[in-house]
Write a protein that binds this ligand. Structure first.
Ligand code: SF4
Length: 471
């Protein structure tokens, strides 16, 4: 999929009304709402053992969750603990090290770690010396890929680093950083309680580039309070001037019933669905005109960045971090609330810190819930990945990969696609399903057609929705 041409944005109003419903983001399929406590540590170990049996050893990707933050951003739905107590992090690291050791025992020696990502919370809440210690413990318990093949990434909160601490961190070998920008407008920053300057972000990028960091990503969010088309256009001017390698343009999901801090945001300050969609469409136009490749639902990358090249080599995946490369890896999530994807399973660590510590204290992996994927889950997950990543499903290829006959397997869904095709969101032929440029704006709605867990109740329950709005 490339950019959305201008004409795709014409005549959208009726579609905005029709498709603005509550639905999953499909960072996984089945979604996290299907994870359940029947999945145990024993299930996890069996999946790891089965994965170790692959003839070609599957590489590993590690996600490390650092839950601490120094202040609360009102929009944030992450699992985090707002505190200034540095001893909280010291104690957490002791448990993280034990968990790393427990996990390492279950993966064969030929499983090389190709990707390590520190997320949060705020990973840069930790000092460089603490991050270095984590890397040492990982190296003691896993086999790391060679330095020039290992992707080492970290999310940076600009308010939590000095140029000195950043330099210490970069000296450890981080080659990918993502910086939380969200919006440069002062009124928006005030409304979300996240004040940071353009200069601070430019300084971080300049320092990283001087250290040969080869991929810098900026996170921005549309749909925030006080945002307008004009104000976001100004933010885009500044983002484009900084020329990051990647841009993640997230859709703010306002769910104050589920996320208490969002109650601090005045609903009247939020842009309406139409204005919000216009902001999104303007952003696509601006970023593609500036030379970025539009990836999946909401990511952009310079043409030579690996996220853009992975589109053609099949390495692109949609996961809990949005879009990423290294689709071939098993993912081990370490830390409170972290999610793993091992072989044919998903699992999630307990989200409460005291519970996490208790389980690790007893020598257990701190898994609270998860899911063994059924054969049907795997087929549908593969299809949803193809729709969300490339927007193209070629039936013969799909049949070969999943050992099914598409027209038979998805007979009822193919009938339902008729409505989406009539609205110009996709083209269904004898040989393929292809998402149109207009359809890219409604990828979640298209994927919902193939979701065996999504029910009419989800569509109709607007009082206590389980998902965010698709637009
Ligand atoms: S957005 Fe980041 S820094 Fe802000 S509260 Fe959430 S996790 Fe913490």
């Amino acid at each position: 999929m490339s950019s959305v041409p201008k004409k795709a944005t014409e005549g959208l109003e009726p579609l905005l009304n029709k498709y603005d419903v509550y639905g999953p983001r499909y960072t996984s399929y089945p979604t996290a709402l299907q994870f359940n406590e029947a999945f145990t540590e024993e299930d996890y170990i069996k999946q790891a053992q089965a994965s170790n049996q692959h003839l070609v050893p599957k590489p590993l990707s590690l996600y490390i969750h650092i839950p601490f933050c120094k202040s609360l951003c009102y929009y944030c739905g992450c699992n985090k603990i707002v505190t200034h107590k540095s001893e909280a992090a010291d104690s957490y690291l002791d448990y993280l090290f034990q968990e790393t050791q427990l996990q390492g025992q279950h993966f064969a020696d030929d499983r090389l770690v190709q990707q390590i990502h520190f997320g949060g919370g705020t990973p840069t809440y930790l000092a460089a010396s603490q991050l270095r210690e984590i890397m040492e413990v990982i190296a003691q318990n896993f086999h790391l890929g060679l330095p020039d093949t290992l992707e080492l990434g970290i999310e940076i909160d600009p308010r939590s680093v000095t140029l000195e601490s950043l330099t210490d961190l970069l000296n450890m070998g981080f080659n990918r950083i993502s910086i939380g920008v969200q919006d440069f407008d002062p009124d928006v920053q005030q409304a979300i309680n996240r004040i940071q300057s353009y200069e601070s972000i430019k300084d971080i990028m300049d320092t990283a580039r001087a250290k040969n960091v080869n991929s810098i990503s900026l996170d921005i969010i549309y749909g925030l309070p006080k945002q307008t088309r004009k104000s976001f256009d100004d933010t885009l001017d500044q983002v484009i001037a900084l020329r990051p390698d990647r841009i993640a343009l997230y859709n703010y999901a306002h769910m104050p019933q589920r996320i208490p801090s969002q109650r601090l945001i005045h609903t009247s300050d939020l842009p309406g669905a139409d204005e919000k969609m216009r902001i999104f469409l303007d952003s696509i136009d601006r970023l593609t005109a500036a030379g970025y490749v539009y990836i999946g639902m909401d990511h952009f990358a310079l043409p030579d960045d690996s996220l853009a090249t992975s589109l053609s080599d099949g390495g692109l995946q949609r996961n809990f971090q949005g879009y990423s490369t290294h689709a071939e890896c098993d993912v081990i999530g370490l830390g409170v609330s972290a999610i793993s994807r091992i072989n044919e399973s998903y699992s999630q660590n307990i989200g409460v810190l005291s519970g996490y510590k208790g389980m690790v204290d007893h020598g257990n992996l701190p898994i609270q819930k998860g899911l063994n994927l059924s054969a049907d889950d795997t087929v549908r997950a593969g299809l949803i990945q193809e729709l969300m990543c490339s927007g193209l499903v070629i039936f013969s290829d799909f049949n070969e990969r999943h050992d099914v006959f598409f027209h038979h397997y998805f007979k009822p869904e193919l009938v339902k696609l008729g409505d989406l095709a009539d609205d110009g969101l996709l083209e269904v032929t004898e040989i393929s399903i292809k998402v149109t440029p207009k359809g890219r704006l409604f990828l979640r709605n298209i994927a919902m057609t193939f979701d065996a867990y999504f029910t009419q109740t989800d569509l109709q329950n607007t009082e206590e929705p389980r998902y965010s709005k698709t637009i």
